[in-house]
Design a protein. Structure first.
Length: 242
């Protein structure tokens, strides 16, 4: 089975997204349900229904258009489709796990060294392969790529972000998941981001990791690169540039 299957590629996602959109229009609220272009792996990224829609966060009765019974009927209908979608995804997760294409290995009661060894033995990149790269794509603007970045009781994972300093380099003008805003279309950095973004927050297999690092080296050849994402270090580095 292909371990790069996305949630929004599943058959069940169409009905879930279709009803979500209809309810967003009906109740005039943003993003009731969402199913992104995320890999069905590791359970960090998965479809969701906004808390406000399943709780009393949206007080529809104040709108004087919908009674409580109608709202509850819509809630149940969307929840049913969500459960179908999650069941389809869960079945795929079970197959990927059985075929060793997805790692379920991480035991918080074991040491970091023991967990690293277990990950590597089953073909997944461990914290031993951790790194951070901040790539200066233009003045005041950086694209950050990292793997590992030790978290308590959690498997290592791949992530990217982008940030732009303000004019005086005293704070960020923009930061976080701002790659689409800050990376220039058709740039090498943007192509790297669009290819690997579906792996965001995923524990990579060793083969995926090695392919990603080979492509990252091309970025490092094209742009100035620092092995840190520390604000003060990068701000100081940026102030030295002209």
């Amino acid at each position: 089975m292909n371990s790069s299957i996305l949630w929004n590629e599943l058959k069940s996602s169409d009905a879930f997204l279709d009803l979500s959109k209809k309810l967003e229009i009906k109740y005039d609220v943003p993003q009731i349900g969402y199913c992104g272009s995320w890999l069905i792996r590791d359970n960090y990224n998965k479809p969701f229904i906004a808390d406000g829609f399943t709780s009393k966060g949206y007080d529809f009765r104040q709108l004087k258009k919908f009674d409580e019974a109608e709202v509850k009927k819509d809630q149940r209908a969307l929840l049913h489709l969500y459960e179908e979608l999650m069941a389809e995804g869960t079945a795929i997760i079970a197959q990927l796990t059985e075929q060793h294409q997805m790692s379920t290995i991480w035991n918080s009661e074991l040491s970091l060294e023991e967990n690293n060894e277990r990950l590597e033995k089953t073909g997944f990149a461990s914290y031993d392969r951790s790194f951070v790269r901040s790539i200066r794509v233009r003045k005041n603007t950086y694209f950050s790529v990292c793997y590992g970045n030790l978290k308590a009781n959690q498997k290592p994972y791949f992530s990217t972000s982008a940030f732009q300093f303000n004019r005086l380099r005293t704070d960020y003008e923009m930061a976080g998941q701002a790659q689409n805003d800050l990376l220039m279309a058709d740039s090498t950095a943007f192509h790297f981001f669009t290819k690997w973004d579906k792996f965001h927050t995923c524990c990579l297999t060793i083969s995926e990791y090695e392919e990603m690092r080979r492509e990252l080296k091309e970025l490092e050849r094209r742009y100035e690169t620092l092995s840190t994402s520390n604000f003060d270090t990068l701000a100081r580095f940026e102030r030295q540039r002209r």
